[in-house]
Design a protein around this ligand. Structure first.
Ligand code: 0L1
Ligand code: MG
Length: 253
């Protein structure tokens, strides 16, 4: 791990400023380890919490083989969600708040109670269709694995549809992403690590290693079921067969 704490703090400040001034930045210097990158992510989130945001959950990234291959990485990563990132189902997404927003159709789980070090599994009590809006703070959406971890796994916003009780087998449900009613992407929940339920132990392992708390009611985004698509103005909707749908309206731009 890099011992230059000042360099990590400066990287966090650069990424945080890029996010709230909506201005892309260059990639971080070479040589950062994943541990360095999570330390930068911690500092980015600490700055957001100091401004009054509250933790709302965690997201898993790079959960599909296609996405790993596309980005040249071979491991899943975790990012933090805050209440400021949450968009209500059917709500507005002001596109001018993002540099180059993309949207992914996802599945969300709800954490049933505060997670403790004794938990061997994540306690979840509901599932829902979800949209994740990602927005790399790096110019042209280009980054290395440490870059994207430091940038909070490109987390920008999320929408959760109506919670459903557990019991539906999420292993292979058809997923469709539409923009103003036209199909943009199709896929299956099986693209998420073979089965979205596999996101839960993967996430617990990283969350525990990195000391990321999970509380009752927090949201876990399991990962994209298709490639990410540019977020256009207008209504974007995810439809998951047997689970329901969730939508948001892109405003501006
Ligand atoms: O949620 C995701 O799978 C995205 C992780 C970060 C990589 C990206 O920005 O595409
Ligand atoms: Mg995602």
């Amino acid at each position: 791990m890099t011992t230059d704490i000042g360099a990590l703090a400066r990287a966090a400040e650069r990424l945080d400023t890029a996010q709230h001034t909506v201005s892309p930045v260059e990639q971080l210097p070479d040589g950062l380890t994943p541990a360095d990158a999570y330390a930068i992510q911690d500092a980015v989130i600490a700055r957001r919490l100091e401004r009054g945001e509250r933790p709302a959950g965690l997201k898993l990234g790079f959960t599909s083989k296609a996405k790993m291959a596309q980005m040249g990485v071979s491991e899943v990563i975790v990012g933090r969600l805050t209440d400021a990132m949450r968009v209500s189902d059917g709500g507005d997404v002001p596109l001018e708040r993002f540099i180059h927003p993309r949207v992914e159709p996802e599945v969300a789980y709800r954490i049933a109670r505060d997670v403790t070090t004794d938990d061997e599994e994540l306690p979840v009590d509901a599932v829902a269709p979800a949209l994740e809006i990602i927005d790399s703070r790096y110019r042209d959406f280009r980054f290395s694995l440490p870059d994207v971890i430091a940038d909070n796994a490109s987390s920008a916003a999320f929408v959760v549809g109506a919670w459903q009780p557990l019991g539906v087998d999420l292993g292979d449900l058809a997923v469709r992403l539409t923009a103003d009613g036209a199909t943009v992407e199709t896929g299956s929940t099986s693209a998420i690590l073979g089965h979205p339920d596999r996101a839960l132990p993967a996430l617990l392992e990283i969350a525990r290693r990195q000391g990321m708390p999970l509380r009752a009611g927090h949201v876990v985004l399991a990962g994209g079921a298709t490639a990410a698509a540019p977020f256009p103005p207008g209504r974007v909707e995810v439809h998951v067969t047997g689970l329901g749908s969730a939508s948001a309206i892109g405003r501006g731009r």
